[in-house]
Design a protein around this ligand. Structure first.
Ligand SMILES: [Fe+2]
Length: 294
C-alpha cells in the first residue's frame, strides 16, 4: 500500500501587507498566541507546538510556504526521493526555519513552496483562555487541480476521502482526520486555513468576538457534507479566509472508498440549508513568487 509519507499538517507561513492587523486578528479573534518574533516574522500557535502559523511582513499578500510533518525518518527520506524523481525543484536540503529538525524545501505544483520536516520545537503550555486546539487543514483553489492531486496522492501518498462531481473538488487526508488538504479548481490560490475547535459553542463565541469588533463573519456556522464538519469562516486582513471547525469525520479504515457527491447536490457543502455566499470564492492568496510576478 502507498502509505502517506506525511503524518501531520504542520504549519502555514503567510506574507501580509498589513502583518500587524493579521496578527491582531489571529490573536484577538481566532485566539492564537505569539510564541516568537524575529525581524518582521511572527510565530503563532494554538498549543505547545512552537508555531502553526507564521506572518511575515511584506508589501503584498501571499503564501510563503506550507510546512508538512513527515510520518517518520524513513518517510522523510522517501518523500525527498520521490519529490526529486517527480521533477519538483528542491531549493534547500533543510527546512526554512531554524529548529525544525531534518527536512527539505521544494517548489510544488502551482508554485507553492513546501517544506517537509521532522520535529517541531515545543513552546510553553498556553494559558487557559479562548482559542482553537490546533491547525487542521488548508483549502487550495488550484490552477492545475490534476497536477496538485497527482502530487499529493501519487507522490506524498495522501488518501482521497471525498470527491465532488467529476473531479471538481478533492478532500485528501494524510492521517485519520477527513482532510488535511482540500482542492478545488480555481486561480492557483490558498483559499483558507482551518483550525479545530472543541465544540460548536466555540464557533458561536468567535462570531460574537467578530461582531463586538465590528468585523463580519463570511459564512456559518454551517454543517458540511464532505467532511461532516461544522464550520464558520471569516476574512483576515492578509486576503485569505480563516475557518474554525468542529466535529470533523475521522477515518480509521485505510481502505474506506472515497465518497462521491454529484456537484449539483448542495448537501456536500451545506447540510443545513442551501446558502453559500456568492463572494466566498473571491478570497484567496497566491504563492508569494506568483504575487511578485516571478
Ligand atoms: Fe475547510
Amino acid at each position: 500500500m502507498n502509505r502517506c509519507l506525511i503524518g501531520q499538517m504542520g504549519h502555514v507561513a503567510l506574507r501580509s501587507s498589513d502583518a500587524q492587523a493579521s496578527i491582531d486578528v489571529a490573536t484577538r479573534m481566532l485566539g492564537l498566541r505569539v510564541t516568537g518574533e524575529d525581524a518582521g516574522t511572527t510565530f503563532l500557535s494554538a498549543n505547545r507546538n512552537h508555531h502553526e502559523l507564521i506572518y511575515i511582513e511584506d508589501d503584498r499578500n501571499g503564501v510563503d510556504r506550507f510546512g508538512l510533518v513527515a510520518a517518520d525518518e524513513d518517510a522523510l527520506d522517501e518523500a525527498r526521493h520521490r519529490v526529486a524523481q517527480a521533477g519538483f525543484p528542491i531549493v534547500a536540503d533543510e527546512p526554512i526555519e531554524a529548529g525544525l529538525g531534518r527536512g527539505f524545501t521544494f517548489v510544488g505544483p502551482d508554485g507553492f513552496v513546501f517544506e517537509i520536516y521532522l520535529d517541531m520545537p515545543q513552546s510553553v503550555e498556553p494559558a487557559l483562555g479562548f482559542g482553537p486546539d490546533r491547525y487542521g487543514h488548508i483549502n487550495l483553489h488550484a490552477a492545475d487541480i490534476v497536477g496538485m492531486r497527482d502530487f499529493l496522492v501519487g507522490v506524498l501518498g495522501f488518501m482521497v476521502s471525498d470527491v465532488i462531481g467529476d473531479g471538481e473538488l478533492y478532500f485528501l487526508r494524510c492521517n485519520a482526520e477527513h482532510h488535511g488538504i482540500a482542492l478545488g479548481k480555481g486561480r492557483g490560490v490558498m483559499h483558507h486555513h482551518a483550525w479545530q475547535a472543541q465544540s460548536i459553542v466555540e464557533l458561536g463565541k468567535l462570531n460574537d468576538r467578530l461582531d463586538a469588533a465590528r468585523r463580519r463573519a463570511l459564512w456559518g456556522p454551517v454543517r458540511h457534507g464532505a467532511g461532516h464538519n461544522i464550520a464558520t469562516y471569516f476574512a483576515e486582513p492578509g486576503g485569505s479566509v480563516v475557518e474554525l471547525y468542529t466535529d470533523m469525520e475521522h477515518i480509521y479504515d485505510p481502505h474506506r472508498p472515497a465518497n462521491t457527491w454529484p456537484t449539483e447536490d448542495g448537501r456536500w457543502y451545506n447540510r443545513w440549508g442551501v446558502y453559500i455566499p456568492a463572494e466566498f470564492r473571491d478570497y484567496g492568496i497566491p504563492p508569494i513568487t506568483v504575487a511578485r510576478g516571478l
